[in-house]
Design a protein around this ligand. Structure first.
Ligand code: ATP
Ligand code: PRP
Length: 229
């Protein structure tokens, strides 16, 4: 996309919500494909609103799990969030979010993992009540309910791999990519739940009222993500 987004028409730039780290880093090439560069980095700047080379687009930096909230309430017109985060959000706060594009970034798997040597299959067969530590309580609840496995879910906000090592849980539900974190902590995948990637998420009202501004960006993201699939 070579022409600037037309901010003069609506009076306000389009706001894109990103989290710093891998989502910001992996979204940059997609923006680049849309002819947009971001000169400041959230790793070095403390600014939470970053301008872009296009006066019609600004970026806000929020926690990964807060991206759907900013977009749902219209504080951002669109954002990038993992399917893991979106699924948790939508179960608790349905409506208002449109997920038009799988960006094919942030690829990993949501899995059940347990200490090497823990006989998960046998525990499930016996009908044992398992203690599961996770950040993804809703996804875990649905997964184990569908299998008819009784679980006590323990909500954590990070470093789930620690929980079975110190007796907080029997197993965890967490994201796995290379498997390096599990290996380093003597854990192993005992079950795959779902493939994860990051999605573009758009405020449904903005899609109606600012469609002509948003569409070129959506088209550019769609082309770039298909090219990298
Ligand atoms: N190891 C990984 N490989 C690929 N993608 C991943 C990996 N870990 C997480 N992701 C994806 O990237 C998204 C953002 O992860 P990130 O680690 O940047 O945030 P976070 O620390 O999980 O979020 P928060 O700050 O809200 O707790 C996740 O929601 C997931 O979709
Ligand atoms: O299989 P691997 O390649 O080792 O990746 C898996 C790890 O990646 C994620 O953590 P992240 O690196 O995002 O750390 P954080 O959750 O503490 O931000 C996830 O929660 C795992 O711990």
């Amino acid at each position: 996309m070579s022409s600037p987004l037309n901010s003069a028409v609506s009076g306000a730039p389009i706001t894109l919500a990103l989290s710093k780290g891998r989502i910001f880093d992996e979204t940059l090439p997609l923006l680049d494909a849309a002819g947009i560069t971001v000169t400041e980095s959230p790793e070095t700047s403390r600014k939470l609103i970053l301008p872009t080379s296009d006066p019609g687009l600004r970026i806000i930096i929020v926690r990964a799990s807060d991206v759907p909230t900013y977009v749902q309430y219209g504080a951002a017109d669109l954002g990038v969030a993992g399917k893991d985060v979106l699924d948790e959000h939508v179960i608790e706060h349905p409506g208002g979010l449109y997920q038009p594009i799988d960006l094919n970034i942030g690829k990993c798997r949501l899995c059940v993992a347990a200490p090497v040597g823990f006989d998960y299959e046998n525990a499930v067969r016996r009908g044992a009540r398992l203690r599961i530590a996770t950040k993804y309580v809703e996804a875990a609840r649905q997964h184990f309910a569908a299998k008819g496995v009784h679980v006590d879910l323990i909500k954590l906000y990070g470093s789930m791999e620690l929980a079975p090592l110190v007796g907080l849980a029997d197993a965890i539900v967490d994201l796995v990519s290379t498997g390096g974190t599990l290996r380093a902590n003597n854990l192993t995948v005992v079950e795959d739940i779902v493939d994860i990637s990051s999605r573009l998420v758009v405020n449904q009202a903005a899609l109606k009222t600012r469609r002509h501004q948003l569409q070129p960006l959506l088209d550019a993201f769609s082309r770039a993500s298909q090219a990298s699939a």
